[in-house]
Write a new protein. Structure first.
Lengths: 219, 190
């Protein structure tokens, strides 16, 4: 009797050990599959970023208007990157202000506030875009409501459901064209990857616009 | 009692052996699947790291070459970024006016004749297989400028295999950035 019990016990122990090894293998497999999905997602994102950049470069020597290039870029940011909210503020050199001229995906409330309260303009040095122009450096705000430099304008964040944004100067040594703005409803959307990508885009756009200006003069 | 216990032991023994065999095959199947996925993961990780390096290089180039006022400095900066940050040592730039003035190319020595390289660039060839001194390699030829106004060629050699689509796209993007910077510089100089 004791012998039978012992044999049954050893048998069950052997089964449990083998099954636990299989369970462990299945868990490893699931983690590996999850990691594969994550990496595929990241790679897909990188491919989209490269597509955005290559779409920016002029395909032919035909002159394109500044409006057309900026609108095309904002459309590409929306369609290729699936980044919903963006804008381009154009720099007015005479008046030394930035004009809220081109935008995609922003809410009606935000647009109304921009028009009614700010008249679609901000001075150089003011808010995010203004600081970008005066410093010629990107401005990144990963939590609008906690940024000390944006105290008093929380209503804009609420109107647009915007909790992080970044502004990138579109400027060459000789000329300032404006700022490229990206907005996001979540906080902490702008990490190194996004800052590098949009800096590259903004710098390239500035040179493309300057080259267009020079070709227009020659023609 | 003795018979029952003998039968029981026999059944248990058979059960143990059968379950061991089944478990062995299940483990083997799962292990081979795990090896496949891990191999794919390694490939994806490498691809992602390369993409990140490419993005870093493009960022570095776009923040440096557009403020330089000298074409030689622009080209040196780009070749340096590709060699150091992208870890691609076999890169060179062949200026268009090399054909007239006999200037040396920048970067690694170019083994094909200049005229052949420019013809391939104008014909739109991006990647070509070449055999030199019985050794085969693949070269990437990326036009800087346009067909109507060629400024030069970015020339990359792949010593260990073939260019991937991503690598071709990367070098094309670098060529575009070079085109922008050099056209801008030419316009500045008048």
């Amino acid at each position: 009797m004791n012998g039978i019990v012992l044999v049954i016990f050893i048998f069950l122990l052997a089964v449990v050990i083998r099954v636990s090894k299989i369970i462990s293998l299945i868990q490893d497999l699931k983690s590996a599959q999850l990691r594969t999905r994550q990496l595929n997602f990241l790679l897909e994102g990188k491919n989209k970023q490269m597509t955005l950049l290559t779409n920016l470069f002029p395909k032919t020597s035909t002159l394109q208007s500044k409006e057309s290039r900026i609108n095309q870029l904002l459309d590409d940011i929306s369609q290729i990157l699936q980044w919903k909210m963006s804008a381009f503020w154009e720099f007015n050199e005479k008046g030394q202000f930035l004009e809220f001229k081109y935008h995609r995906g922003l809410s009606k409330e935000y647009l109304l506030v921009m028009e009614d309260l700010l008249h679609n303009k901000i001075p150089v040095g003011g808010f995010g875009s203004g600081r970008t122009i005066s410093t010629k450096q990107p401005v990144v705000v990963n939590n609008w409501l906690k940024d000390p430099q944006l105290k008093g304008v929380e209503f804009l964040s609420q109107a647009g459901n915007i909790h992080s944004f970044a502004a990138f100067p579109v400027a060459t040594n000789a000329k300032t064209y404006g700022t490229l703005h990206l907005y996001a409803p979540q906080i902490n959307e702008f990490k190194l990857n996004e800052v590098q990508l949009f800096t590259t885009v903004a710098n390239s756009l500035a040179v493309i616009l300057e080259n267009d200006d020079k070709k227009a003069v020659v023609d | 009692m003795v018979l029952i216990s003998t039968n029981t032991i026999a059944i248990l023994t058979v059960g143990l052996i059968s379950s061991s065999i089944i478990v062995f095959w299940i483990k083997k199947l799962l292990n081979s699947r795990l090896i496949l996925i891990n191999t794919h993961l390694t490939f994806l990780s490498k691809a992602l790291k390369e993409k990140e390096r490419q993005q870093q290089v493009l960022y570095n180039i776009s923040t440096s070459i557009f403020i330089l006022d000298n074409i030689k400095k622009i080209i040196s900066s780009v070749l340096s970024e590709i060699t150091v940050m992208y870890q691609w040592p076999n890169i060179a730039y062949l200026p268009q006016d090399n054909l007239k003035n006999g200037l040396l190319s920048y970067g690694q020595p170019i083994k094909l004749p200049s005229e052949q390289i420019f013809k391939m660039a104008r014909d739109g060839a991006e990647v070509a297989n070449i055999t030199l001194n019985q050794s085969k390699s693949q070269v990437g030829i990326f036009l800087v400028g346009s067909k109507n106004n060629p400024l030069g060629v970015l020339y990359a050699t792949h010593s260990q295999g073939q260019f991937t689509q991503d690598q071709v796209l990367f070098f094309k993007t670098v060529a575009h950035l070079l085109t922008l910077a050099m056209e801008n510089n030419q316009a500045l100089l008048g």
